[in-house]
Design a binder for this molecule. Structure first.
Ligand code: B12
Ligand code: SF4
Ligand code: SF4
Length: 240
């Protein structure tokens, strides 16, 4: 199946970036339940771009405005994922929308599947030193969602890591959590790139602040030069 059709539909629903991953690329990835991917061969990765005005206002901690934006973008992503699922089902395929931001395990801080791993496999972006997915047009100023399907959609390829010698996110992190280690494709574990506990403690501390309530931060999102206002192509983007 040509991917243009599904990408056009996702775009009409409000997606800013869409890529399709071959699940063969994600063998060995952590999922909950362990057989989550059984019966599926593709994952559609959808990204929505965050509002620059919201991200630019962040200094060393999340703002109440970012908290509301986070909730709204998650809801929109879940809505788009559901609509893509229905679209694929109408074509006779099976599809499963994975929630944008549901934490399933608060001991090891994991979910059903990593949207970042899917997005990297689908060419939506590379994994930056911050561990975030960095898109060439919007930097890490995107949030992600995944739709698993058995529809034999044409797949995209991962893109090259372009962090180079940059250390902006590492310099900006208020708790020094980003180790400034390079990766060619993706990090083998969170600890390879991050002092994970430091980051976790910071976002949990943030969630106790007035009008925040979620484990969010936003500082490494703001710091990345790939997300800063450059002249962007004035049109919706596909991953390729
Ligand atoms: C739990 C969670 C957290 C936890 C743990 C974070 C973490 N790094 O795992 C806490 C609360 C600390 C957190 C913090 C943040 N989060 Co958070 N979080 C999640 C959530 C719900 C699950 C993540 C998860 O399961 N992690 C498990 C680990 C194992 O997976 P991973 O780090 O995602 O990926 C690893 C492997 O998959 C591997 N990998 C990549 N490709 C491949 C391929 C193969 C074959 C294999 C084997 C492995 C592999 O690379 C990664 C490093 O080890 C996701 C939503 C989702 N379902 O993905 C959002 C998500 C990752 N969070 C997000 C964001 C933005 C943040 C924050 C910036 C907070 C904020 N919103 O302001 C910080 C960033 C922290 C950081 N620098 O990583 C976004 C990232 C968007 C982006 N552009 O990348 C996500 C995707 C939510 C979304 N819907 O967009 N988060
Ligand atoms: S989310 Fe905040 S604490 Fe965690 S790595 Fe990014 S800047 Fe540092
Ligand atoms: S700030 Fe620099 S090092 Fe960090 S993710 Fe962006 S490009 Fe990579």
């Amino acid at each position: 199946m040509n991917s243009g059709q599904i990408k056009d539909f996702a775009q009409q629903c409000g997606a800013d970036v869409v890529g399709v991953a071959d699940l063969e690329r994600l063998q060995g990835i952590h999922t909950n339940p362990p057989d989550l991917l059984q019966g599926y061969s593709r994952a559609v990765s959808v990204a929505i771009r965050l509002a620059d005005g919201v991200i630019n206002a962040i200094e060393d901690r999340p703002t109440p405005l970012y908290q509301q934006h986070y909730l709204k973008v998650n809801a929109l992503l879940d809505d788009i994922a559901l609509r893509i699922c229905q679209y694929l089902q109408d074509l006779g395929s099976t599809a499963l929308p994975i929630p944008a931001s549901q934490i399933l395990n608060k001991k090891d801080w994991t979910s059903y599947i990593s949207h970042k791993a899917v997005a990297i496999a689908a060419g939506v972006g590379w994994q930056g030193k911050s561990l975030l997915v960095v898109n060439p047009d919007f930097g890490p100023r995107i949030r992600l969602v995944t739709i698993l399907t058995d529809a034999p959609i044409q797949t995209d390829s991962p893109i090259k890591n372009r962090c180079g010698r940059c250390s902006y996110c590492s310099d900006a992190c208020p708790v020094g959590a980003i180790k400034n280690v390079s990766a060619t494709s993706h990090y083998a574990s969170r600890e390879e790139a991050l002092h994970f506990q430091k980051c976790l403690e910071r976002v949990l501390e943030n969630s106790q602040r007035d009008y925040i309530e979620s484990p969010i931060c936003g500082v490494c999102i703001k710091a990345c030069p790939w997300g800063r206002s450059r002249k962007r192509k004035n049109r919706k983007q596909y991953s390729l």
